[in-house]
Design a protein around this ligand. Structure first.
Ligand code: NAD
Length: 493
């Protein structure tokens, strides 16, 4: 049972606006369910247009004073927040495990990754500097200075409910903006707990706010005149809609979408290492990661040997409740999503892939109604099959044989998505080809999951990303500021 100080007995998830807690007003809403136990954890009512107006108004007022404060003052609450997140890391991880279904270790990892972004944003006094050129023209010095812009929002997905809000929030406020988070309605409790910590961190009221809701709430944010920019992370169809709507309304926007990620295994790779990393990449967080690799393209000279190793490693994975120590693969977010993944497995069978390991019959003692699927492996996968092309977002991995590394790169380049890919090889020339000839945002060589540290941006191309400036790192400074040119002439009269 998740217990939060600010969650009332009614279990109504709260907004945090103007430094205090409020129940969202609209009649629309949904229950928050533990996907392993099916226990109802809370209820989230969606924010109405009026709720959004109030949040934006408060954020707009707060911006005036906050943006004028010395940058050193603006980062003090972030140092405090880093400390608080670290002190409460285990508790936050347990909340994520309960409302999302992933294991506590995976959840602790995502919180660590989130904290990294707070740390990077504490370097804003250096990162936000502009540039000056003396004697740009006779008696003229010229500078470009970075300025914050106003109220920003971020709309985030269910799969990393603690980390993804922190891809944005610390940078938005460190640069002097105010910020409104709209987390996923499927697992909003960890955001509420993080906002309890934000409340203690010492931000002035109105600088950082939380609003809960669904589609209408998002549209109210995107249509609001006083919001200057929006960040989105979620599925591709929604990312496209958000990108278009925000741009039409004249806002800055960055929208990260879904993915279909591949691993290439060449004949010179360390096959044991590659098999271990492949299984980790495909099945961590039950495959519900935008960086999960769910197709492996293998040079045919080592295909059979590699398949055997992957099957053995995958079979050893334990499916269970994320709060229990022995669990490797936790529950999927919802019964609807589990059903969707089951349908994709059926499609794989109908399209002729060879089912090497079937996770559909898994049951977890004590949690028989939970949304569980075991690791599922398909061999003899072809590039045109649905399981090769569509994002699955579940514990399903396909293996495909190709004649050469060139053929493997062709398979990757035929994908509509460009989020991530990994290559396992012992040959530098393969790695070079992989780097030069693919159009993908995050590449890993002999690394299973190409997840960038917070001081780098999070890549993404093609249908995986709409915009130009990405989440995390220096891109965020550019997204959250604009440059003013300042030209000075002081003749020595
Ligand atoms: P989703 O698109 O269903 O929802 C994401 C957010 O958008 C939620 O806050 C939701 O309330 C809101 N939303 C949903 N439908 C909407 C609509 N029609 N109009 C406006 N807002 C809407 O995504 P999800 O299921 O929560 O997350 C999983 C997806 O996110 C996967 O496709 C995954 O690949 C992607 N993802 C991408 C990245 C990345 O960096 N590219 C990272 C994590 C997750």
């Amino acid at each position: 049972m998740v217990q939060l100080e600010t969650l009332p007995d009614s279990g109504e998830v709260q907004n945090y606006v103007g430094g205090s807690w409020h129940t969202p007003e609209s009649d629309e809403g949904r229950d928050v369910i533990n996907p392993a136990t099916t226990e109802r954890l809370a209820h989230v009512s969606f924010s109405s247009e009026h709720d959004i107006d109030r949040a934006v108004e408060t954020a707009t007022e707060a911006f005036e004073d906050w943006s004028a404060r010395p940058v050193e003052d603006r980062i003090q609450p972030l140092f405090e927040l880093k400390q608080l997140l670290e002190e409460h890391q285990n508790e936050l991880a347990e909340i994520v495990a309960q409302e999302h279904g992933k294991t506590v270790d995976e959840a602790a990892g995502e919180i660590r990754r989130g904290i990294e972004n707070v740390e990077v944003a504490c370097g804003i006094p250096t990162m936000m500097q502009g540039g000056t050129l003396l004697n740009a023209a006779p008696e003229i010095d010229e500078s470009a200075v970075r300025k914050p812009l106003g109220v920003f929002t971020a709309i985030t997905p269910f799969n990393f409910p603690a980390m993804i809000p922190l891809w944005f929030l610390p940078y938005a406020v460190a640069t002097g903006n105010s910020f409104i988070l709209k987390p996923s309605e499927q697992d909003p409790l960890v955001a509420q707990r993080m906002f309890e910590l934000i409340d203690q961190a010492g931000f002035p009221d109105g600088v950082v706010q939380l609003v809960n809701g669904g589609v209408d709430t998002v549209n109210s944010l995107l249509d609001h005149d006083e919001i200057v920019g929006a960040s989105f992370v979620g599925s591709t169809p929604v990312a496209k809609t958000i990108y278009e709507r925000a741009a039409q309304n004249g806002k800055r926007v960055q929208a990260q979408g879904g993915a279909k990620n591949h691993i290439i295994v060449t004949e010179t790779a360390d096959l044991d290492f590659a098999a271990e990393k492949t299984v980790g990449s495909a099945f961590a967080c039950a495959g519900e990661r935008c960086l999960a690799n769910d197709v492996v393209v293998v040079e045919d000279s080592v295909y059979d040997e590699f398949v055997e190793k992957v099957v053995d490693t995958a079979k050893a994975q334990t499916v269970g409740y994320g709060l229990e120590d022995e669990t490797d693969i936790g529950a999927l977010i919802s019964a609807e999503h589990e059903q969707r993944v089951r349908e994709i497995i059926e499609t794989g069978l109908e399209e002729g892939a060879d089912l090497l390991l079937d996770g559909r019959d898994v049951t977890v003692d004590g949690y028989e109604d939970g949304n569980f699927l075991g690791p599922t492996l398909f061999g003899d996968v072809e590039p045109e099959m649905t399981i090769s092309q569509e994002e699955i977002f579940g514990p399903v991995l396909g293996l495909m044989a190709v004649e050469s590394v060139d053929d493997a790169i062709n398979v990757l380049n035929r994908s509509d998505f460009g989020n991530a890919a990994s290559l396992f090889t012992g040959k530098g020339a393969d790695a070079r080809k992989f780097r030069h000839q693919t159009d993908i945002g995050n590449l890993g060589v002999n690394a299973g999951t190409a997840a960038p540290m917070a001081f780098f941006h999070f890549g993404g191309r093609k249908e995986s990303f709409f915009g130009d400036l990405h989440a995390q790192g220096e891109d965020m400074i550019h997204f959250y500021t604009d440059k003013t040119i300042y030209i000075e002439r002081w003749p020595d009269a």
